[in-house]
Design a protein around this ligand. Structure first.
Ligand code: PYC
Length: 328
């Protein structure tokens, strides 16, 4: 039994294509009623220990993505969400959004059909297709730079595209690695070296944004069920078990820019563990809003499935030396 002064946080856990999401449904930090971007800043500046308590061991793990359920400022939205992980705060999270929508349905807050969700980087339209399957219309996605060479320690030169899909990605195909699920340790180490090389060379987004996701591409395990397989390194050093919704959006922007996929056609992106997201895009005519785009700005739609894995009350007892997580 929790002591009187323990903090209790109610969470609902799910996984989307193997990648876990933990939605905080009660007991989160008091962030006020400002914009979601303001509330995310307040979360970061004043309550970051709550993030670490929820997401780090011993209550969480490096793989877990958290989402704080918020009251939206936009009355047309059913909910707001601020995503976070072991390293900090995510602008958007595709697998997490699919997990959130299935969680809202599990809570009885939504039924099948279209809904709007507010995030710190804009409103996202989602469609609950059945109990598990969700379509997410992600934020506008675009390529910033094509085929940027970078010298990777112990490997040589790789070239990658820099693209935004709700987070910043470096997308690499010429790595020469076998994207096999039993090579995740070596792939993680390799992707970390690519990230270090980008940092060393000052390679960033247009306004100096850190490129904190590395995405490696290879052939699918079965050409009948997917178009490509990926390995995605997340900011905190864990790899995405799902095909990564924002990473798939960045990929769609690059395919559109290269004329390799037509608007409306389906791209099946397989993850390193074999789960698949369906991706499609429409071109959005907003070149003025994205003067740095190398290619069309696309509105990506990502479809995947999530399952509820548990409902828990986290207990943060003041006498527990690790109530705010194991922070190293
Ligand atoms: O699905 O967008 C995503 C995502 C980002 C980090 C982990 N998953």
């Amino acid at each position: 039994m929790a002591s009187q002064s323990s903090r209790e946080i109610r969470v609902i856990d799910s996984h989307t294509g193997g990648e876990p999401t933990r939605i905080v449904v009660d007991g989160g930090p008091p962030l006020g009623n400002g914009s979601l971007a303001d509330r995310r800043n307040r979360f970061r500046n004043e309550f970051d220990d709550v993030r670490t308590g929820i997401i780090l061991e011993p209550r969480g793990s490096d793989v877990l993505v958290g989402g704080l359920l918020c009251t939206p400022t936009d009355a047309s939205c059913v909910a707001g969400v601020i995503f976070f992980n072991n390293a900090g705060y995510l602008s958007m999270c595709g697998h997490g959004m699919i997990g959130l929508v299935v969680t809202l349905a599990h809570m009885g807050r939504i039924t099948a059909g279209q809904h709007r969700i507010e995030t710190p980087v804009g409103v996202v339209t989602v469609n609950l297709l059945d109990e598990h399957r969700v379509m997410v219309q992600n934020v506008p996605s675009w390529r910033f730079r094509k085929q940027v060479p970078v010298q990777v320690e112990g490997h040589g030169t790789v070239t990658g595209d820099i693209a935004w899909g709700g987070n910043w990605f470096f997308l690499v195909a010429d790595h020469g690695k076998n994207l096999s699920s039993d090579a995740c340790g070596a792939l993680t180490e390799f992707a970390l070296r690519i990230r270090a090389a980008l940092e060393r060379d000052g390679i960033t987004g247009p306004d100096g944004e850190v490129i904190d996701h590395i995405e490696l591409f290879g052939p699918p395990s079965n050409a009948r069920t997917a178009d490509s397989r990926n390995f995605v390194l997340c900011p905190g050093g864990a790899y995405d078990r799902s095909p990564c919704g924002t990473g798939t959006s960045a990929k769609l922007a690059c395919l559109a820019a290269d004329g390799k996929l037509a608007a409306g056609a389906t791209w099946k992106q397989e993850s390193i563990i074999g789960s698949v997201f369906d991706g499609r895009f429409e071109v959005v005519n907003s070149a003025n809003d994205f003067p740095d785009a190398d290619g069309p700005v696309v509105s990506p739609t990502i479809t995947g499935s999530a399952w509820i894995t548990g409902e828990t009350t986290l207990i943060l007892n003041p006498s527990d030396p690790f109530r705010m997580g194991i922070r190293m």
